[in-house]
Design a protein. Structure first.
Length: 683
């Protein structure tokens, strides 16, 4: 069996030996030798690269679809840091409600999606594909891959094995290289065997062919589906058509596909390289044609918005560009669909981290695995011409790194509704419990309005802490919420709880309702140092409005119990000490944990990892010591690697705590969480 080659992850980092312990990263497979030998599975990094958000094995919907192909500066940038990076301005995508399929792309032989992309895409109902690519300089690789029918099958099976082990959903096959005539049957065998093995091992998976090499072996982009590339289309799940198509070719491709027209993904290059409509800020021109001809779209390199200098900040430019897609194509994903449903509106980056309204870290960070369900933020209804803007707020945070700020002008006795989510949640006899956290300034108030649909009726309910509003007649029912009192909740936040009984109805929309209340009736709620995006906010005007929505939870029962410390086995299979001239030492340690009961099916979202550096000694009174836990990071698998932890010479014990966090937004008390002590006396 071959040894895995030394790998370089980019020009900014030196080569590394993937078998040696180090900060976990995502990386591609660059040689057929490494693919054949299964060397990836011997990597220290492999267990950290597994996706932990499962995807339902369902086929794609029978309608035109949106495929988005990531091509961001060669790939494996800030997203390669599996446990998260330190760049609060890292590239990301958060308009998942517009996407059906996401492809992670690079120019390496086997591009494995970093788990952060798979986790957040799966959370939003989006399938994720890796890329297998051969380009002009890969003739030796081509000849080895397609040497025989058996070799083609073997490499296809290796790709299937990687997919099932890491938890993504399939492959884009990009053979941008000419073939000899005798290799064509073996290429067809490679594609068909890959599709068959994928479908067998992973129902609902996809293998998509890129329009490049033709059935006669020529590298000749067709820019449409026709007789030269259809033989490959016929043996897999779809074709990604090259970008040079003309206005009439989408309907011709649809005709060639017959009943499979939605499996034709017409390419659009956002950089505008030979693409219909010119891409960039005119990407919607091509989308309008594809919508008219009722075929699917494949948007390539939406990172153009990030890589290209814009007139505004990336957050604003990204929302503006994706709004073009939304106006042309419409929403393709709906959530909530299942309970529990939770969102803290986190985009997967920020300037600090909070839990239950209390800041636990002031370090900047990025980690797309931490991205919550992303809101739509459309103004749907207003009783006034005054405007309220909704935007992501990185300052006031209840859980994670973000919240929704609502700011503008609003007169007394008027309101504005802003759509959060478009759902398809069917309700039964069990009551629905809804919780949300908020801050507001002065008489600015917010509630949540929920729209329901049955076979015979529509209903619109409002949940709010105050029902003394003149516009309450605009709703079928107004439910007054109660304030949740709990010692762990920050006094800076108000947490409201309401209960709804809507048996036989479908929840179709969740909206924020912004309104004002009389200060004589409603006391002002606390909000810290009120600022807007320009770091200024004048609240002196009676029509000024500012509030923050921290999170939202929907569940069908009370908060579940998370497995306590006694339920876990926590170990440290790797420990390395390094002395330093200052008299301190640094520690590298891998910590793993698992439930003792393999039949415990508690669904866990993530784990917060902390350390306490104990100077008094490690003894039975450890839990009573007044040491402050230091937040180290977040884990989405049952393992965490601590790198270069500075340990003062006076420290005699380290206590590592793993705080278990549920999919409903709940989190364990640190006193109840699993932990491991490392006695370092004599080390």
């Amino acid at each position: 069996m071959a040894e895995q080659s030394t790998i370089s992850t980019g020009s900014d980092t030196p080569p590394f030996d993937p078998t040696k312990p180090s900060t976990p990263i995502a990386f591609p497979i660059r040689t057929l030798e490494d693919l054949e030998s299964r060397a990836y599975f011997k990597s220290f990094h492999y267990p950290f690269n597994k996706s932990m958000v499962a995807f339902q094995p369902v086929p794609l919907p029978d309608r035109r679809r949106m495929l988005v192909c990531h091509d961001m500066a060669g790939g494996y940038k800030d997203d390669k840091w599996v446990q998260g990076g330190t760049n609060p301005d890292a590239f990301g995508i958060w308009h998942w409600y517009l996407i059906d399929v996401f492809v992670y792309f690079s120019h390496d032989l086997v591009t494995l999606p970093p788990p952060c992309w798979t986790n957040t895409a799966h959370r939003h109902g989006v399938k994720v594909l890796g890329t297998f690519i051969l380009e002009g300089g890969g003739k030796d690789v081509r000849d080895t891959l397609l040497l025989t029918k058996k070799s083609a099958q073997m490499y296809a099976e290796r790709l299937t094995e990687l997919t099932t082990a890491l938890g993504f959903d399939g492959w884009l096959i990009n053979m941008e290289i000419s073939l000899n005539s005798h290799q064509i049957p073996h290429l067809k065998e490679f594609v068909s065997h890959l599709a068959e093995s994928m479908h067998s091992k992973l129902p609902g998976s996809l293998v998509i062919w890129y329009d490049c090499v033709t059935i006669d072996g020529k590298l000749d982009w067709q820019n449409q589906l026709n007789e030269k590339n259809k033989p490959f289309f016929d043996i897999c799940d779809g074709i990604y058509v090259n970008y040079g198509w003309k206005e009439d070719t989408p309907k011709n491709s649809a005709a060639a596909a017959g009943e499979r027209k939605y499996d034709v993904y017409m390419g659009i290059d956002v950089f505008g390289r030979g693409t219909y409509g010119g891409g960039e800020w005119h990407t919607n021109v091509a989308l309008d044609v594809l919508r008219k001809d009722d075929v699917s779209a494949a948007i390539f390199a939406p990172g153009w918005v990030y890589e290209h200098k814009q007139e505004t900040d990336f957050q604003t430019a990204q929302n503006k560009w994706w709004n073009l897609v939304k106006k042309s194509w419409g929403l393709v994903q709906s959530y909530p669909k299942l309970l529990p449903f939770y969102s803290n509106f986190d985009q997967g980056h920020g300037h600090h981290v909070s839990v239950d309204g209390e800041q636990i870290s002031d370090a900047s960070w990025n980690n797309l695995s931490s991205q919550g369900f992303q809101p739509i933020l459309d103004v749907t209804d207003a009783s006034t011409s005054h405007s309220i803007q909704a935007y992501l707020n990185f300052k006031e945070v209840y859980n994670g790194g973000g919240s929704i700020a609502l700011e503008g002008t609003l007169e007394q006795n008027c309101y504005t509704e802003i759509r959060l989510f478009q759902g398809e949640l069917v309700l039964g006899e069990v009551p629905l419990i809804l919780m949300y956290s908020s801050q507001s300034n002065g008489d600015s108030q917010l509630g949540l309005s929920l729209e329901f649909l049955s076979s015979t009726n529509k209903r619109k309910l409002l949940l709010t802490s105050s029902i003394q509003m003149q516009f309450s007649n605009d709703f079928s029912e107004v439910i007054e919420t109660t304030t949740l009192e709990a010692p762990r909740i920050s006094p800076h936040w108000s947490v409201q709880v309401g209960c709804i009984q809507m048996n036989g109805y479908k929840l179709t929309n969740i909206n924020i309702l912004c309104y004002r209340s009389s200060l004589e009736i409603n006391e002002p709620k606390y909000i810290s140092e009120l600022v807007d995006k320009n770091n200024t906010l004048d609240c002196s005007s009676p029509s000024k409005y500012f509030a923050v929505l921290g999170n939202i939870t929907l569940r069908a029962c009370e908060e579940p119990d998370l497995p306590p410390n006694a339920s876990w086995i926590v170990e440290s299979p790797y420990i390395k000490w390094t002395p330093s001239p200052e008299g301190t030492r640094t520690l590298d340690i891998k910590i793993t944990w698992k439930l003792k009961d393999s039949c415990n099916h508690t669904v866990i979202d993530h784990y917060n990892v902390y350390v306490v550096k104990v100077a008094e000694g490690c003894n039975s009174h450890l839990d009573k010591l007044q040491n402050v836990p230091e937040y180290l990071g977040v884990a989405h698998v049952e393992a965490f690697y601590v790198s270069n932890l500075a340990v003062p010479s006076s420290t005699s014990c380290l206590k590592f705590t793993i705080q278990v966090c549920g999919v409903d937004g709940s989190s364990q008390r640190l006193e109840d969480a699993p932990f491991i002590n490392l006695d370092i006396e004599g080390q």
